[in-house]
Design a protein around this ligand. Structure first.
Ligand SMILES: [Zn+2]
Length: 258
């Protein structure tokens, strides 16, 4: 009986060696669900899959249903995002994005905003210098954490609901934040809460990145130390709510202009 096949558009999140010649690829499908499939022969230098199933690429795939894992029958490259593989810093930025998507996406769980966000982020990142690529990585992680259900509350106290946007506008202010409770804690509520103190301008940038489009973010100029503080904020947020330690982000901290 002929194998049942299906077509999807998908982003390559991870590649794992299966044996001498084959790979298992993890994809984020356009609907936001995760798909794993075998790419037979993809490790051979002569394979047409080798150049089409690079990390960060978007492909139109023809997949065949398998008993355990589906297999890739055909792959047509839609967007390769080659600049993301040229510099170490760009690769670390894009790797942080796909590592997060690999960890939060699930088989059969639809979340189409995640795919659209990744595609748009990689389009902008491909045309960016290192500084902007790091800024975009922070924006991606903040937005993706929100789509994954753990949006940080920055404009309201998580205990009493007080409007804290006034705090964000004070460049000299330090603010209390609770990672466990999910956001900012106002001055009246922080006693007894498990909070850390962070500078208001960092949270103000987080608020701006969360609410801006990527086109608007292209025009933002975030200081490098603030971008790195935002990435560390996202790292702790992901660890607290998903038990994820983003290794690519740790690598970015060691290799990029800090
Ligand atoms: Zn409060």
């Amino acid at each position: 009986m002929a194998q049942a096949t299906y077509s999807i558009r998908a982003l390559v999140l991870r590649k794992t060696k299966l044996n001498e010649s084959d790979l298992i690829c993890t994809f984020l499908a356009e609907d936001g669900s995760q798909i794993r499939a075998v790419a037979k022969g993809a490790r051979k230098p002569t394979s047409s899959f080798a150049s089409r199933l690079e990390l960060f690429s978007i492909d139109d795939l023809l997949l065949a249903k398998g008993r355990n894992l589906d297999s890739v029958k055909e792959a047509r490259l839609v967007e390769g995002f080659d600049p993301l593989r040229i510099s170490l810093e760009h690769t670390a930025c894009a790797s942080s994005c796909v590592e997060f998507l690999d960890r939060v996406s699930q088989l059969g769980l639809k979340s189409p905003m995640l795919f659209a966000l990744a595609q748009a982020t990689f389009t902008h990142m491909s045309a960016s210098d290192t500084r902007k690529a790091i800024q975009l990585t922070a924006a991606f992680l903040l937005k993706a954490l929100s789509y994954a259900g753990v949006r940080p509350s920055l404009a309201h106290c998580v205990s009493c609901g007080e409007d804290t946007t006034g705090y964000l506008e004070d460049a000299n202010r330090m603010m209390h934040i609770s990672y466990i409770e999910g956001g900012v804690v106002c001055d009246a509520c922080h006693a007894g809460s498990d909070t850390v103190i962070v500078p208001a301008p960092m949270l103000s940038w987080a608020h701006s990145l969360l609410h801006a489009t990527l086109d608007q973010i292209d025009d933002f100029v975030v200081d490098d130390d603030v971008s790195f503080a935002l990435l560390r904020f996202c790292q702790t947020w992901a660890r607290t709510h998903f038990s994820i330690n983003l290794k690519s982000l740790n690598f970015l901290f060691t290799c990029a202009l800090a």
